[in-house]
Design a binder for this molecule. Structure first.
Ligand code: ADP
Ligand code: GN1
Ligand code: MG
Length: 372
């Protein structure tokens, strides 16, 4: 998939939302792999105002109304907490859904596409890679804090917006099926990657086993804590808001932490075409451990969870590699790609990070012990 320039449907749904002024312009925004994201500028009596318009990927998120119900509940809950603490300044600290004129969480275009609108969080940005250790510590603190804020979310269990999202065994079995089907005729090209994935099959069951035995527990988690899902202040660099709430659902805190290791303690981009550039960075890993355990979530993690913080990084990196490889074998139907070998390059670079984490296991364990 590749992101289109501004599609005509966007212009059609703009009228469904009560925006603060007339439509001026729209442009593609951000570098997410899943949704189509646009910055929309309006001009009203009080000056220009921006919004985020997102066409939610309906092929991937099968039940968008349920997803938006999750988003509404989570944003309302977090907003109430930050407002109690920070007053009006809280407006930037959490995503704010702009409902349609008739009060719905999303609009539908003529092709059945789902559109939602958020207030644009101004004066902040996202990065695709951490540039310093302080950023890693801050991001881990923000995701930890966010998770702690959701510990007392009232009401029913959240909807599973993608069933078995981090069920690594299911991800492995999907890879096995994609290999057998070989629908894009690429299996012959990825023998080394398949061998790598199959040699580590047992890892897929480790956290699931701990969960089944009651040694770790399910909580409300973000599930996609990559570094470009936290907004940073343009001036101070401090974390402003956790965003991309589509996969908030019951999960394991270790999935959230592992995804941070993958994206914030890595030495290069997830799709660096040279896997030789990819290693785990121990100073950033230490900053993540300290930032996460030092946040409000630190108090709720048990000894087993703490002991598996390093393994979680390996597992999430492995899982992402398996998912990229599956998509490559299936002919690139899931992630946006920029060139035909993009998913293969992502796979190779993820597996290089898995190998590096394996080599650094003793050092990572020592860092966790020193920080606990
Ligand atoms: P995806 O699921 O495709 O990753 P995201 O929700 O993460 O979509 O949005 C993609 C990018 O758009 C983010 O990384 C961020 O840079 C930007 N973005 C998203 N929401 C906002 C917002 N409310 N204000 C400003 N920028 C945003
Ligand atoms: C996707 O949406 P985005 O770009 O934040 C994916 C994550 C992967 C990530 C890999 C819903 O995240 O699970 O870890 O790409 N999100 C979904 O970069 O599949
Ligand atoms: Mg994102």
């Amino acid at each position: 998939m590749s992101q289109s320039p501004v599609p005509p449907e966007l212009n059609a749904v703009v009228a469904d939302f009560p925006l603060a002024g007339g439509f001026v312009s729209a442009s593609p925004h951000g570098s997410g792999h899943i949704n189509e994201t646009y910055a929309v500028t309006c001009e009203g009596t009080v000056g220009p105002r921006r919004y985020i318009f997102q066409k939610v990927n309906h092929r991937i998120f099968k039940d968008v109304p349920a997803l938006m119900e999750n988003v509404r509940r989570v944003t309302a809950h977090v907003a109430a907490k930050v407002r109690a603490r920070e007053g009006e300044a809280a407006a930037r600290r959490v995503l704010t859904v702009v409902p349609t004129r008739d009060g719905r969480d999303f609009a539908q275009d003529e092709g059945g596409g789902y559109w939602r609108v958020y207030d644009f969080i101004e004066g902040a940005h996202t990065v695709d890679r951490v540039t310093n250790v302080a950023q890693a510590r801050a991001a881990a603190g923000a995701f930890g804090e966010f998770q702690a804020q959701l510990a007392d979310l009232p009401g029913a269990r959240l909807h599973e917006t993608i069933p078995n999202f981090h069920h690594t065994r299911s991800r492995f079995e999907a890879l096995r099926r994609a290999l057998t089907a070989d629908s894009a005729g690429r299996a012959g090209e990825v023998k080394a990657e398949i061998d790598f994935a199959f040699a580590r099959e047992a890892d897929a069951d480790l956290l699931l086993g701990l969960l089944a035995r009651g040694e770790i527990s399910e909580r409300v988690t973000h599930n996609d804590t990559k570094i470009n899902n936290v907004m940073l202040d343009d001036v101070t660099g401090r974390t402003v808001a956790v965003i991309d709430l589509d996969t908030i659902m019951p999960g394991l805190p270790l999935y959230d932490f592992g995804e941070m290791v993958r994206t914030s303690a890595s030495s290069t981009f997830e799709d660096d075409p040279n896997p030789g550039n990819m290693v785990v960075r121990l100073p950033e890993f230490r900053a993540l451990v300290e930032g996460y355990l030092g946040s409000a979530v630190g108090g709720v993690l048990n000894a087993t969870e703490r002991a598996h913080l390093g393994f979680a990084g390996k597992l999430m990196t492995y899982e992402n590699g398996v998912r990229f490889l599956t998509d490559y074998l299936q002919g690139d139907t899931y992630y946006k790609i920029k060139h035909p070998r993009h998913n293969l390059e992502r796979t190779r670079t993820q597996f290089a990070l898995v190998r590096s984490i394996e080599e650094k296991t003793a050092e990572m364990t020592a860092i966790i012990e020193q920080s606990s």
